[in-house]
Unconditional design. Structure first.
Length: 234
């Protein structure tokens, strides 16, 4: 594979691929993401991130090991595998946020890990995380925080349901309680206990308050229609 090195990355890509054509643009995007994530989290890796740009989800799934098509994943401590082609461009904050945040801790709970990555993404399929939450609450599909904090339950549900809720909740906690409080939670592996100890509130109360906050905003009709269409095509 060809290589392209920047201040904080080493990119790998196939010759004559779309990634090869766009490599400087890709590198600029990731360097900007890297800088922002590090500034927010007040940490910086001591290593360069090795970023492998693959042409198909099948190839990424093969590398991951389960042979299930996948758009991207982070491999601790320093590797990212991501699809980059005409239709899928899996670049941006998400996987980088995983690796950079793992220099602080890698919580055992996937709801917390994915929540932070989705906090930086802000949206899922180009629709804001909060819009997804509003849709799920309105349509009786919202999963309680207590259930989402159950590792097995989290993985038993589709990512289009769990990831946006995790991202919106993380945003809610950081805005309401502050980044330092959130990072104190992130540093612990018993996430449910950490939430209650740091925030001085039960998970059930947090769930109630979070839903009440989300419901204070109106769900746009066109956004609701678009979410419904996306879910029907999954």
């Amino acid at each position: 594979m060809k290589q392209f090195e920047t201040s904080n990355y080493i990119f790998y890509y196939e010759d004559n691929s779309l990634a090869a054509k766009d490599i400087e643009k890709i590198a600029c995007c990731q360097e900007n993401c890297f800088k922002y994530i590090c500034m927010v989290l007040k940490t910086k890796p001591t290593f360069k991130i090795r970023y492998f740009l693959c042409e198909t989800p099948e190839r990424v799934g093969e590398i991951y090991g389960d042979n299930e098509p996948c758009n991207g994943f982070a491999s601790v401590p320093d590797k990212i595998y991501a699809v980059y082609n005409k239709n899928i461009k899996c670049i941006g904050f998400h996987e980088d946020a995983h690796l950079i945040s793992y220099t602080i801790n890698r919580p055992d709970n996937p709801f917390i890990r994915e929540g932070l990555a989705m906090y930086f993404d802000k949206d899922w399929w180009k629709i804001n995380n909060y819009e997804w939450c509003k849709y799920y609450i309105k349509n009786g599909k919202f999963i309680s925080l207590s259930d989402l904090l159950d590792k097995e339950y989290f993985f038993d549900n589709d990512c289009e349901l769990t990831y946006p809720i995790a991202g919106a909740f993380t945003d809610y906690i950081i805005n309401l309680y502050g980044l330092d409080a959130y990072l104190n939670i992130y540093r612990e592996n018993d996430s449910k206990k950490a939430l209650e100890d740091v925030l001085k509130i039960s998970v059930d109360e947090l769930n109630f308050n979070f839903i009440a906050y989300v419901q204070s905003f109106k769900l746009d009709v066109q956004v609701e229609k678009r979410i419904k269409e996306l879910l029907e095509n999954v």
